[in-house]
Design a protein around this ligand. Structure first.
Ligand SMILES: NC(=O)c1ccc[n+]([C@@H]2O[C@H](COP(=O)([O-])OP(=O)(O)OC[C@H]3O[C@@H](n4cnc5c(N)ncnc54)[C@H](OP(=O)(O)O)[C@@H]3O)[C@@H](O)[C@H]2O)c1
Length: 253
């Protein structure tokens, strides 16, 4: 019960990695706040969490908008009076693009949903975490932010690399208040969305992707979520400003 008494906001938690992390927090005694834009999947995830732990608070909306983030953090504090864990997970990549093909709209969308959302959420939770002299922030970056993106493009690599810079600054600025900030850098992970695309790829295409992963397979969402949970727990109390590669070794390739 590592998260007993802790309140955890997980952005983008109706599906995939965020959902898997929310389930771990709930199973281990935490009070989870779910967020995503679409209401249907959120309701399904609410039901799944209720089956294993405390009923979650659900705050729908696009976290690249400041007003939504204020509502998310405001409702959390109003309901639970504290705010211990923030997982900046919302986001994702657009299709594979070369530099000249990236439109301004795609750039803005990718940077806003991945990087701006993390900035807004950190800014919104910082005052409460400082008051508590306690906080755990985990940013979900990508192997694309450590290296280059083989499945998206420069807009995605730049946004995810930006999250690593943000992580270091958070660790520096918030460390004196007992707040840690770390990142994970997952490789291709078999969330439902990726699994559907994976099934449509040719054998050659799959072999090309797997050749860059020393462990020779894609990750399961739970394999990323367990590392997020570690960084959010007191097992990682003296870890801050780091990025953990959860990518089967593809960071090296
Ligand atoms: N899966 C991978 O291969 C992989 C690899 C490396 C890094 N990552 C990163 O891991 C994170 C989670 O990805 P995933 O693969 O688990 O994705 P996913 O299964 O597609 O789930 C994404 C979640 O984020 C929500 N979301 C997206 N944009 C949002 C926004 N602006 N505001 C609020 N919610 C938003 C989605 O719901 P709605 O659409 O309803 O809002 C959904 O709940 C992302 O940051 C992604 O870049 C994924």
């Amino acid at each position: 019960m590592r998260f007993d008494g802790k309140v955890a906001i997980v952005t983008g938690s109706s599906d995939g990695i965020g959902r898997a992390a929310a389930l771990i927090f709930a199973r281990e005694g935490g009070q989870v706040v779910l967020n995503a834009r679409g209401q249907d999947r959120l309701e399904a995830t609410r039901t799944a969490l209720q089956a294993v732990g405390k009923p979650p608070l659900v705050v729908a909306g696009n976290v690249s908008q400041a007003a939504v983030v204020e509502r998310l953090v405001g409702e959390t504090l109003q309901q639970f009076g504290r705010m211990d864990i923030l997982v900046n997970n919302a986001g994702g990549g657009t299709l594979l693009r070369f530099l000249e093909e990236v439109t301004e709209e795609e750039w803005d969308l990718t940077v806003d949903s991945n990087l701006k959302s993390a900035f807004l959420c950190c800014k919104a939770v910082a005052p409460a975490m400082k008051r508590q002299q306690y906080g755990r922030i985990v940013n979900v970056s990508s192997v694309a932010g450590r290296n280059v993106s083989r499945l998206s493009g420069p807009q995605y690599s730049s946004a995810k690399a930006g999250m690593l810079g943000l992580t270091r600054h958070l660790a520096q600025d918030l460390g004196p208040f007992g707040i840690t900030a770390n990142a994970v850098a997952p490789g291709p992970t078999l969330v439902d969305r990726v699994a559907r695309k994976w099934a449509l790829r040719s054998e050659e295409d799959r072999a090309r992707i797997l050749a860059n992963i020393p462990l020779g397979r894609l990750a399961a969402p739970e394999e990323v979520a367990t590392v997020i949970a570690f960084l959010a727990s007191d097992d990682a109390a003296y870890v801050t400003g780091v990025t953990i590669d959860v990518n089967g070794g593809s960071f090296m390739c």
